[in-house]
Design a protein around this ligand. Structure first.
Ligand code: FES
Length: 558
């Protein structure tokens, strides 16, 4: 047996010799990202070992790390087998505690009328428990004032868990973490594949429930709340995430005709799912719109009152799935596009989550004489997160460093100021552009950004076409998702993710999956109303649109 100590968390685990660092980290509850599924290709599981411990490990196969990194003790956690006691330094970006996950979003005023209610009877000194008006149990004494709920925003990449006092609607606290299922697969399709087998489904479900319980325990302890005082939990997430959360096989989402088993607007006993809460607690799932437009978008539609808006309003959740909805005078159509994880910082050489050390903003002065780089946590940059990536792409295009086709121009053929010219770097015969320190953006990275933005733009074009509306006719554009309120809309126009005609009409609305989930928790009247609305939404399957490939290719250029 060998003991592995993970820093900076200080967590220790004893494992049998022959396990990889990644396997040990999972057992120790230490988050190390492994988006390629331990294939040794993504290099995102990079950790550092104290040099004196290097003789206690061996490589499964040759690392693709540079000689300098190897000399400094860096190894790939998925490819490094442990034979003796070691200390592993996990980069701060992989440590949940420094993650910057958006937990706020737009909402509206509504009355508090939860599905779970209590009524104290002084005569018998018991409190009656009711769910949707039906008696479900009794508690001794007066517990009327103890009525908590939980809202879980289940993202493919991140989780946000909020503890709510349902007597007055106040939020006691909120915690965010990476979705641990990302270790199995970064995107929805890889999780559907993994969960198609019973063992894989149990594994993914268990990972989610364990993380949820950790979050609930932490919130309860921090706010002096007994877990048995939690009576309802809302799961707001995409269709696949909701299947996994309630242990439903998502295989049907991966094959024609793509019909979800779990349609949402449904309830489960929290105890059946293994959730730390009252034995009477119920889990409510808002309605899913389709296999790839989930309850998180239903929550977004509720939070932004999209169905009640006048004019033509576009709602886009920029994430791995690129889900979007267009309301034209109250009638709503929706679609989703496979944007991929580039905007989450994945499949990008120096990509990382929005955590300490991530470049989150980038600006080149109009005259090209000055470059400003914004880094989360005021520390030395170690990578680039989604908003930084969008800014970088936008600025490179705006300043002619990358051309419309997405190729780096030849620096010697263009008169760039020295501040820009000095940032062109040749690596293995390929042009890169230096962002800060060793961090560069490569031609391959630019291609990934093109693919992601092209998918979202193509989705927008098809929604507008379906609604018989031109981009100039869209009166308001609401951007939800993890980028928060700080993303420069200029960057979205510069790279052509949004049509120029939207300029001046774009509003960042934050994490509406959470705020809509909160509305579902605090006012149960929204549940039936939204189920009716979702039944009327026109879902556009882009794979059935015969022009999709042509439009997608057209939208790839900047
Ligand atoms: S290289 Fe991808 S998980 Fe290790």
């Amino acid at each position: 047996m060998t003991e592995i100590t993970f820093l900076p968390s200080g967590k220790k685990i004893t494992v049998g010799t022959g396990e990889t660092i990644l396997q040990a980290s999972e057992k120790a509850g230490v988050m190390i990202e492994a988006p390629c599924g331990s294939c040794g290709t993504c290099l995102k599981c990079k950790v550092r070992i104290d040099p004196e411990h290097l003789q206690s490990v061996s490589e499964k196969r040759g690392h693709r790390l540079s000689g300098k990194e190897k000399a400094e003790g860096f190894v790939l956690a998925c490819q490094t087998v442990v034979h003796g006691d070691i200390t592993v330094h996990v980069p701060e970006a992989a440590d949940d505690r420094s993650l910057k996950i958006l937990s706020d979003g737009e909402s509206f005023r509504y009355g508090i009328s939860p599905a779970f209610t209590k009524k104290y009877d002084p005569a018998s000194d018991v409190t009656g428990l009711f769910y949707e008006g039906t008696s479900v149990g009794l508690e001794p004494g007066d517990t009327e004032r103890t009525l908590y709920g939980i809202v879980v925003d289940i993202g493919t990449t991140t989780l946000v868990v909020s503890l709510i006092d349902m007597t007055d609607g106040s939020e006691k606290g909120s915690v965010s973490s990476l979705n641990p299922q990302a270790k199995i697969g970064q995107d929805v399709l890889s999780r559907i594949r993994h969960a198609s087998e019973e063992k894989g489904l149990s594994e993914l479900h268990g990972m989610f429930i364990d993380e949820l319980n950790r979050s609930i325990d932490a919130l309860a302890a921090a706010h002096g709340v007994n877990r048995s005082g939690i009576y309802e939990i809302i799961f707001s997430g995409n269709t696949c995430m909701l299947h996994l959360a309630v242990r439903e096989n998502p295989a049907s989402l991966g094959k024609y005709p793509f019909i979800p088993v779990e349609k949402g607007h449904s309830r489960r006993h929290a105890s059946d799912l293994g959730i730390h809460a009252s034995p009477y607690a119920v889990v409510y799932l808002p309605p899913n719109i389709s296999a790839y437009v989930g309850a998180d978008i239903t929550s977004g539609i509720l939070a932004t009152a999209l169905g009640d808006k006048k004019g033509s309003v576009l709602f886009i959740d920029i994430g791995t799935n690129g889900e979007m909805a267009l309301a034209v005078n109250g009638g709503i159509s929706a679609t989703s596009t496979a944007a991929g994880p580039a905007f989450e910082g994945m499949n990008i050489e120096f990509g990382m989550r929005a955590a300490n050390g991530a470049v989150e903003s980038f600006d080149i002065a109009d005259d090209g004489q000055r470059v400003s780089v914004g880094v989360i946590g005021e520390t030395a940059p170690t990578g680039i997160c989604g908003s930084g990536l969008l800014d970088i792409a936008g600025e490179l295009v705006a300043h002619g460093i990358v051309n419309k086709q997405g190729k780096f121009v030849k620096p010697d053929q263009t008169a760039f100021p020295p501040e820009i010219a000095g940032r062109f770097i040749e690596r293995d015969g390929k042009t890169c552009f230096r962002i800060d320190g060793d961090i560069v953006i490569t031609q391959k990275d630019i291609r990934q950004i093109q693919l992601a933005k092209g998918a979202i733009r193509a989705g927008i074009e098809f929604l507008m076409k379906n609604g018989c509306i031109e981009s100039s006719g869209v009166t308001e554009v609401l951007i939800a998702g993890s980028f928060g309120y700080h993303l420069k809309t200029k960057s979205l126009f510069n790279i052509g993710l949004l049509p120029k005609e939207f300029d001046g009409r774009v509003r960042m609305v934050g994490n509406t999956s959470k705020t809509g989930g909160l509305a579902f928790l605090l006012n149960s009247s929204f549940r039936g109303k939204m189920a009716d609305l979702v039944g009327k939404i026109d879902v556009i399957e882009l794979s059935n649109c015969k022009d999709f490939d042509r439009v997608f290719i057209e939208t790839l250029s900047f």
